[in-house]
Design a protein around this ligand. Structure first.
Ligand code: ZN
Length: 231
């Protein structure tokens, strides 16, 4: 083949490859069997937002090896009460919550997707409840993903503001997210990722705080409280 022709083909091929939109790491499929009138809205509004942010959640929680990152996550629209919840690889969203808090919906779904990627399972040979991380930590990590990372600067500020009113590091959700954000900033920016990996492997116990920061959980909580008061 003529050299110029080859060059043209190579250029064309490069252009075509470049023009193809990046394939999302995880896809979400809307299940609107219970509310068909909401299908279009969920596909236009929620699906692209989740697919666009999913890779960040996977990076934040080192979730590349989890089985949920190899496929499609069902996003099920529910008519019953509640907010949003995850079960295995399925995420459910209450349409009653959507009506009451339309601005909170995407953030709530990011929190649920974080639960999917947390992917905690029992340690070998241990009964499930003992292997699991405490509930406040499970919710704290999911809210750290949502408020400190996904919701940007205002979200990160909101967790500290909320914690100031109730500075118990194990108060769960946003208050615990503030605690985790503090420990990450002070000791190791990959702290939450490492802690989450330990939880995922079913190896969480009190020693992990010391292992990762050289401080006990109580010492870290005291430091965090003092920092909140000064801020
Ligand atoms: Zn949760």
């Amino acid at each position: 083949m003529h050299k110029k022709l080859v060059a043209t083909w190579v250029l064309l091929l490069a252009l075509v490859c470049h023009a193809a939109p990046p394939k999302p790491m995880v896809t979400f499929t809307v299940d609107a069997l219970k509310a068909p009138e909401k299908k279009e809205w969920a596909e236009k509004e929620l699906k692209p937002a989740l697919e666009g942010y999913a890779k960040n959640v996977i990076e934040l929680l080192d979730g590349k090896g989890t089985k949920w990152t190899r496929g499609d996550i069902p996003l099920i629209l529910e008519t019953k009460d509640g907010v949003a919840w995850a079960s295995g690889d399925k995420i459910y969203l209450s349409l009653k919550f959507v009506e009451r808090n339309p601005k909170e919906v995407k953030g709530a779904l990011v929190h649920e997707f974080a639960h999917v990627i947390q992917d905690y399972r029992p340690a070998p040979g241990r009964a499930e409840p003992y292997a699991r991380a405490p509930g406040w930590l499970v919710e704290g990590i999911a809210d750290w993903v949502r408020w400190v990372n996904y919701e940007g600067k205002a979200g990160a500020k909101s967790v500290d503001d909320m914690a100031r009113g109730d500075p118990r590091h194990d108060a769960s959700y946003r208050v615990s997210a503030s605690f985790l954000a503090f420990v990450s900033r002070k000791y190791d920016r990959n702290f939450v990722m490492k802690l989450n990996k330990i939880c995922r492997e079913g190896k969480y116990d009190e020693e992990v705080w010391k292992k990762l920061t050289k401080k006990t959980r109580e010492q870290l909580a005291e430091e965090w409280k003092r920092w909140l008061q000064k801020k």
